[in-house]
Write a protein that binds this ligand. Structure first.
Ligand code: NDP
Length: 279
């Protein structure tokens, strides 16, 4: 019997680690599935999805630049996808296109479960107000932090996110500001800006870090990002986004297959492979 078919759709897509992650999840859970990369033309996302559904595809992960189009294409949406306004996971069933967003829940799983850092009652700083920050909003607030400050280069976007957060929580203090306005230290600082892609870092005062701060960069790379280098220079604990990548994949896998994969084991294996590639 032919295995169930899944893809990760993006443009570009050659760099994606998702096929390796899902192949390992399938191996460790004894699930029969086939997971490939699908390069969709920049103006052809919907067509690529419909062709894949017609060929019997069961589900897809969606990456840049198609998360907003995946949201628009979905005929049903999870609550967190509605709040994120973006979709990174699609499930095709009984003629419907179900859209979910597992990025934020993957971030929280990595911080709380893998790093062992509780967010309850903590002072959180979210850097950035783009798609990744929006996706993190509900899962972060569900952990019941005491304070959530959203800082962004464009203040209006941070304020929009702050307004949205107000409708999701009534006991967390919510603030919005520019990076330059930050003068107090935080328990957890999450970099959801794309500055790291250019080895750049938002202009942060040393005062935002202390030796107990967890500095988390959603991006991962073989070498520490500029944000993590800055945080480390001020004595903070550092973590990159590799665990977020694995955990968002685990949530998608559980949605599709009804089985939770051993994400901690796969993260350890991927971390070892990343370190070996650096050596
Ligand atoms: P968006 O393009 O939607 O948002 C980018 C954000 O970064 C905006 O807030 C923007 O500010 C800010 N920004 C961009 N350049 C700079 C800079 N030089 N200095 C300060 N702020 C800057 O991107 P996404 O939200 O989709 O992605 C953000 C990051 O999250 C990326 O690095 C991505 O790789 C990572 N990510 C990781 C995932 C994982 O699984 N590990 C999953 C999803 C995302 P402004 O509003 O002023 O333009």
């Amino acid at each position: 019997m032919k295995s169930d078919q899944y893809v990760v759709i993006g443009n570009p897509i050659a760099h994606s680690k998702s096929p390796a992650i899902h192949a390992r999840f399938a191996e460790l859970t004894g699930q029969q599935l086939d997971y490939q990369r699908l390069l969709a033309p920049l103006d052809g996302f919907a067509g690529a999805v419909h062709d894949f559904i017609a060929a019997g595809g069961k589900g897809a992960n969606v990456t840049l630049p198609f998360k907003l189009e995946a949201f628009a294409l979905s005929t049903e949406l999870s609550e967190r996808a509605k709040i994120a306004g973006a979709v990174n996971t699609l499930k095709f069933e009984h003629g419907s296109i179900y859209g979910d967003n597992t990025d934020g829940i993957g971030l929280v799983a990595d911080i709380v479960r893998n790093a062992g850092v509780s967010l309850r009652g903590k002072r959180l700083l979210l850097l950035g107000a783009g798609g990744a920050a929006r996706g993190a909003l509900l899962p972060l607030l569900q952990e019941q932090p005491a304070v959530l400050t959203i800082a962004n280069r464009t203040l209006a976007k941070a304020q929009d996110l702050q307004e949205q957060a107000k409708s999701l929580s009534d006991n967390c203090e919510l603030l919005a500001c520019r990076f330059e306005d930050l003068q107090q230290s935080f328990d957890v600082i999450i970099n959801a800006t794309s500055a790291s892609i250019n080895d750049d870092v938002p202009p942060l005062a040393a005062a935002v870090f202390n030796k107990n701060t967890l500095a988390y960069d959603m991006m991962y790379a073989a070498a520490p990002t500029a944000f993590l280098r800055l945080a480390a220079s001020h004595g903070a604990q550092c973590r990159d986004g590799l665990g977020m990548l694995v955990e968002q994949a685990a949530e998608a896998f559980a949605l599709w297959r009804g089985v939770r994969p051993p994400s901690g084991q796969v993260l350890a294996e991927m971390r070892a492979a990343l370190m070996a590639s650096q050596a």
